[in-house]
Write a protein that binds this ligand. Structure first.
Ligand code: TYM
Length: 334
């Protein structure tokens, strides 16, 4: 609790081009929840270097991501928006938590398995302990709730296990976080292979809609989206391509999948795909315009980063000192 409010933490990686999945599955919910909680939204640049990055590009993308958070509607005066690398407590707590996490647990992480298969030439220790840094992010702020997409649920479960283990040993140190999943859109699938999630690193660029795609590109990708030959406008797992498009349309227009089915029943897939394209464009256009405006306002972004990093550092240090004491590190002489 901070000032009588429950705490929310979430973050995103500044790698690759963000997709509609990142927006509908996470960022959009962050904005909805932001009034209700004391919020920490982090640009997780330390997680990004588990995969080799070009330094100048990473720096640029991290800043663009921060601008995106604000453009999406997160006011930096009301939400603590900052870079993970600016708050040293993330790395310090991660080290401690590494000593309370079992290799057996990390071996089970599906994202580690996927990423090591994709980057077989660079399976570094950071990639392996990535979920522990994520646990540190969350536990450092005593977060009550963590809004993410379905793909992060396994990491959240591990975070809870680590926290419970630590609390069992040392008393009530950490708040046990709950995961928050949006009712619709928590797993947006690839437009070309609707059995796989929409991903930044998809080799087929038609599978993902990127947040910075122009309207023509968005429309072309939606028209090309894989559906089926059933010819029935139904919302069911047997028609994963159509189901995914219904999810996208529903979240973009703020209605339920049942409303969407009622709206398009008896109409052709072609007509629906155009409507999906239009709905996505109507969400992305204002977002892109706002990002472009913010990226030009260097002074505003710099001030927001500085203030918020100091605030995050304050709360992070509070938890870190408590943890350091519990594990037996000597007190600091003031
Ligand atoms: P990242 O950067 O891969 O994704 C950011 C957020 O977007 C969600 N997401 C999706 N949601 C729905 N459909 C999709 N196709 C889709 N693709 C991505 C993710 O679930 C996530 O919520 N490890 C995290 C970042 C992180 C973090 C944290 C998150 C680091 N520390 C602490 C929460 C709390 C990651 O790589 O997310």
């Amino acid at each position: 609790m901070i000032d009588g409010k429950k705490v929310l933490f979430s973050g995103m990686q500044a790698t690759g081009s963000l997709t509609l999945g990142n927006y509908l599955g996470a960022l959009k919910n962050w904005v909805t929840l932001s009034g209700e909680y004391e919020c920490f939204y982090c640009v997780v640049d330390m997680h990004s270097i588990t995969i080799r990055q070009d330094p100048a590009t990473l720096r640029k993308r991290a800043r663009a991501l921060l601008a995106l958070y604000i453009a999406a509607g997160l006011d930096p005066k009301k939400n603590c928006i900052y870079y993970q690398s600016h708050v040293s407590g993330h790395a310090e707590l991660a080290w401690i938590l590494n000593c309370y996490t079992y290799m057996g647990e990390l071996n089970r992480m599906t994202q580690f398995k996927d990423k090591s298969a994709k980057h077989a030439d660079n399976i570094n220790a950071g990639l392996y302990t990535y979920p522990v840094l994520m646990a540190a992010d969350i536990l450092l702020y005593q977060a009550d709730v963590v809004p993410v997409g379905v793909d992060q649920m396994q990491h959240l479960e591990l975070t809870r296990n680590i926290a419970e283990r630590f609390n069992k040993l040392y008393g009530d140190v950490f708040t046990i976080p709950e995961v928050y999943l949006g009712k619709v859109g928590a797993k947006i699938m690839s437009l070309q292979d609707p059995t796989r999630k929409m991903s930044k690193s998809d080799e087929n660029p038609n599978g993902s809609i990127y947040l910075m795609d122009d309207p023509d590109t968005v429309m072309r990708k939606c028209k090309k989206a894989v559906t089926d030959s059933e010819g029935c406008f139904c919302y069911r797992p047997e028609q994963p391509g159509l189901k995914n498009l219904i999810d996208i349309y529903s979240v973009c227009t703020g209605q339920t999948p049942a409303d969407t089915v009622a709206e398009f029943e008896g109409k052709g897939y072609g007509e629906f795909k155009v409507a999906v394209g239009e709905a996505v464009i109507s969400v992305l256009k204002p977002l892109q315009a706002e990002v472009a405006k913010l990226e030009k306002d260097k002074a505003y972004l710099d001030a927001a980063i500085k203030e918020n990093a100091e605030k995050a550092q304050y709360y992070a240090t509070k938890t870190l000192r408590k943890v350091q004491r519990k594990v037996g590190f000597p007190d600091r002489i003031r």
